[in-house]
Design a protein around this ligand. Structure first.
Ligand SMILES: Cc1ncc(COP(=O)(O)O)c(C=O)c1O
Length: 390
């Protein structure tokens, strides 16, 4: 490699400070075991085992055949942005103009755009913990730092607005909320979100698990509370379209243009033919979403009951998403060692709780989007492989 003036190669500490995403690390090790012939039960990554809605697959194939293979407007196809706006209005009653919608290559790309827009080196972003592992890393990549505010299982993982107020500083640029949340499945009440929205900094609201709720739980969108909120959402979870890499951000009007410019530079646009799949999913996917939701509800009970029988402590029933966050300290305090050990010994993939912050150490997260047969198989294998509870 050519280096000017004999400078030695150096990677940016900001990049090297990014932690590995342990759910992916477990999955990648599981893939290696599978290449050697192992049959792994995958409960490590948040991925539905259902196929996407057939209409989405068909639309994608049709688009490819019709030559829909070029860039789109950086903000996404206008029809899709209109459909996203209508879909948000259908779910929450808040009208959303297409000017506020930017289509992205997954919710992850939406996060990068939004944090790039909001965070300068030295800035802070408040995040309730346990948290989705990547949030602090997005902030870190932008030169900022995450200020983690603990939430407690005994309080249903409520993000306490008073605790958040105490964590505010002149450098606070955003408050991240996610409801339903990964890894806890917790839902923040409308009242809590309203109090958080009133604190000042914009809410960055990850609504990717909206629609996946149980026992009649209600979700409030941050947009119902504040025009200044950023909503991150996508097709991965609700529509079982993880590999399509398609999502969106709904932003305040004042942010639309700078986000568009960032998208032009960083990504140009989301995949064109995939955007047609998204359009079809929004138009025709609702029945598939509802039948998946009902299946996740049943799987959630199977997994929670089975894990409790094995000796895991699950203080609260998850109300949404498709995860069970379980205290595994009866089996050891090092969640990384436990998860990788179970993968090697039992060929069951689980995610170390420490991925979700220090408060998750000693816990494991299980994805309940696997089939009932897979969950039953995993429970049986775990029963054989787990150390005797302490
Ligand atoms: C809370 C949360 N946000 C975002 C993502 C990433 O979504 P996408 O596949 O749309 O990039 C995940 C994936 O697990 C998630 O759990």
């Amino acid at each position: 490699m050519w280096l000017p003036g004999g400078m030695s190669s150096r990677f940016a500490p900001r990049a090297l400070g990014v932690e590995p995403f342990l759910a992916m690390e477990v999955m990648e090790r599981a893939f290696a075991l599978e290449r050697e012939g192992a049959r792994v039960v995958h409960l490590e990554v948040g991925e539905p085992d259902f196929p996407p809605p057939p209409a989405a697959v068909e639309a994608c194939i049709r688009a490819l055949r019709a030559g829909e293979t070029r860039y789109t407007d950086s903000r996404g196809l206008l029809e899709l942005r209109e459909a996203v706006g209508r879909d948000h209005e259908r779910r929450f009653g808040t009208p959303v103009a297409p000017e506020r919608v930017l289509v992205t290559s997954g919710t992850s790309a939406a996060m990068l755009l939004v944090f790039s827009l909001l965070v300068e080196p030295g800035d802070e972003v408040i995040i309730g913990t346990p948290h989705y592992p990547c949030y602090p890393n997005f902030v870190r990549v932008c030169g900022g730092s995450a200020v983690l505010v603990p939430t407690q299982p005994e309080e249903g993982y409520r993000l306490d607005p008073d605790a958040v107020r105490r964590a505010l500083s002149p450098r606070t640029r955003a408050i991240v909320v996610s409801s339903p949340a990964n890894p806890t499945g917790a839902i923040q009440s409308g009242e809590t979100l309203r109090a958080l929205a009133a604190l000042g900094p914009p809410l960055v609201s990850d609504e990717i698990y909206d629609g996946l709720v149980y026992d009649g739980a209600q979700v409030t969108s941050a947009l119902e509370l504040s025009d200044g909120a950023y909503v991150l959402d996508g097709f991965s979870k609700r529509y079982a379209m993880t590999g399509f890499r398609l999502g969106w951000v709904i932003a305040p009007v004042s942010a639309s243009r700078p986000l568009q410019v960032l998208q032009q530079n960083l990504f140009i646009s989301a995949n064109r033919f995939v955007q047609y799949a998204g359009l079809a999913a929004l138009r025709d996917g609702a029945p598939a979403v509802e039948s998946m939701r009902l299946a996740y509800d049943a799987r959630r009970h199977l997994l929670v009951d089975g894990l409790r029988e094995l000796g895991f402590r699950i203080p609260v029933m998850p109300q949404g998403a498709f995860y069970v966050f379980a205290d595994a300290r009866a089996f050891g305090n090092d969640s990384r060692e436990l998860a990788f050990g179970l993968l090697e010994r039992a060929h069951v993939g689980t995610c170390p709780g420490v991925d979700f912050g220090a408060a998750g150490e000693g816990w494991l997260r299980f994805c309940s989007a696997a089939s009932e047969a897979s969950i039953a198989e995993a429970l049986e294998r775990l029963g054989r492989a787990l150390p005797v509870p302490a």
